[in-house]
Design a protein around this ligand. Structure first.
Ligand code: RIB
Length: 299
């Protein structure tokens, strides 16, 4: 089985259940305030591991964030490359509306204090054919990509949250780009899913593009193949972490040799289950639950 190094953010998610999102100039009380483990990196590592992959997490917290690495460990993730020497653990302030939709404010904290020495140490344990998974919530992304390329590892990138820094990056070393429509439109300037994928493949012909399209499901495209997957219908409670669940499950399945359609199906089912529970990492299902779930596919 391929080894996966998931280098990414760990956040304390402070989740406010709101009657509606706060408007400019408005002050409203939350119906409920809860704290959950989160961070796109942590969530994706948990999803990979719960899907059955062998995963190591790299990243940084402060000593008060130790409970986050404990949760990773309890989920089966190796935390040898999580340092607790950061100044403050990353935080995400999340409003969740009754529809299950969210909006998020990030405070990067230690997620932006990773060093090249720590990264070098982590990479000593990986080699050709292993996979590096990244999102865009930590510093030193270009350095991480260079290291993976030197080692002939495959790179999977979830360019989320999208920003100017990421837009300027050369993505030619990325094997799997897993993104949503908004990120796709920001990177390519195209709106139509097919066009987003084709524009990315024009720029990066060897890339495998996985585009998630909310209620419209997901699509995959590489230079030879394209596949589509509908969503599975559930009542949305909290959509936070649904994309992370999808990414972790998709990558776990393709890395173990499953076909792309099988990986898309498992990822969509897992994301649907995650949406029907509260919290990000907290609602990521284990593989047995995903395989046993009898959910109705839309369309
Ligand atoms: O993708 C969801 C995650 O985004 C949350 O857990 C939050 O920490 C932010 O990073």
């Amino acid at each position: 089985m391929k080894k996966i190094l998931s280098y990414g953010s760990l956040n304390v998610d402070i989740v406010y259940s709101m009657p509606h999102f706060v408007q400019p100039g408005e002050t409203i009380a939350a119906c409920k305030t809860e704290q959950f483990p989160g961070g796109k990196g942590l969530n994706q590592s948990v999803a990979l591991s719960r899907a059955g992959a062998k995963v190591w997490h790299g990243g940084k917290i402060s000593t008060e964030g130790k409970w986050l690495s404990d949760i990773l460990e309890k989920s089966g993730v190796d935390v040898s490359f999580v340092s607790d020497s950061g100044s403050s653990t990353g935080t995400a302030f999340i409003q969740v509306a009754p529809s299950g939709e969210n909006c998020i404010i990030l405070n990067h904290g230690a997620n932006y204090e990773n060093t090249t020495e720590e990264i070098d140490r982590a990479f000593e344990n990986f080699g050709a054919g292993d996979i590096l998974l990244l999102q865009n919530e930590i510093n030193l992304l270009p350095y991480l990509m260079e290291k993976a390329t030197e080692k002939a590892m495959e790179i999977a990138l979830n360019p989320s949250p999208i920003d100017e820094k990421l837009m300027q990056m050369d993505l030619s070393a990325v094997s799997y780009l897993i993104l949503n429509e908004i990120e796709g439109e920001t990177i390519t300037g195209r709106k139509e899913p097919d066009e987003i994928c084709r524009t990315l493949l024009d720029r990066y012909p060897d890339m495998k593009v996985v585009l998630t399209m909310g209620g419209e499901g997901a699509m995959y495209m590489d230079k030879d193949n394209s596949f589509r997957q509908n969503i599975f219908e559930v009542k949305a409670v909290d959509t936070t972490g649904a994309g992370d669940t999808f990414t972790g499950y998709f990558l776990a399945f393709v890395s173990e040799g499953s076909s792309v359609p099988e990986a898309l199906k498992a990822a969509s089912k897992a994301a649907a289950i995650a949406v029907s529970g509260k919290g990000a990492a907290a609602s990521i299902p284990v593989r047995a639950e995903v395989m046993a779930a009898k959910l109705k596919e839309k369309g």
